[in-house]
Design a protein around this ligand. Sequence first.
Ligand code: SAM
Length: 221
Amino acid sequence: MQRVDTYKHKGLRQKLVEHLIEKGISQKRVLEAISAIPRHFFIESAFESHAYQDKPFPIDVGQTISQPYTVARQTELLDVQKGEKILEIGTGSGYQTAILAYLGAHVVSIEYHQTLYVKAKILLSQLGFQVTLLHGDGSVGVPEYAPYDKILVTAAMPFIAKELLLQLKVGGYLVAPVGEKHKQRMTRVHKISENKFEQEDFGVFVFVPLLGKNGWENSIP
Ligand code: SAM
């Protein structure tokens, strides 16, 4: 079905942006991206009235589209620059992928669940985004396209997998929720040199669990 982006949707996005500013999001480019991308396209049309609330929302196979604040915060922490190659682990609805692409990144995004991968691929191509979408276990990264300027994990990691740090360029950042299955700390790792890393903590967040080899459940995607 053809989705439309009306003045009403744009107005709701503007209100959401004002709310994100109040919550401390300050990077102008990130706010511009939130204001430009129609989040309601990434949610079933019957539920689109939920699209501009600052809440996660269920998508298929028990997964969620992340809360707008979380998307904005993770994007801000990544400090996306035009032309950077970014690996996103957990495509989900494709909303965060669209935000990164809007900011000028070359996005490689991998999704564990085939249903979500197929849906996001169709939607992002309909919207005109040129991104590389893959289906598989991103908990081991995607070595074929490495190294990456930045790596973004959008599901809860029990630990920071070595494979991901190896696939990160020196000078790059990895941003990921790390910790327990139902509560994590937003963590940013800065790769200072091939074997030196600095880690920063940005507080508590709650994500769905990462699956796969370095996740909570090691089944085949
Ligand atoms: N960024 C997404 C968005 O904007 O809709 C939200 C992602 S949702 C919170 C987390 C996603 O990570 C889910 O779609 C889940 O299937 C996916 N996932 C979990 N483990 C994964 C893995 N090992 N590799 C790739 N994707 C994974």
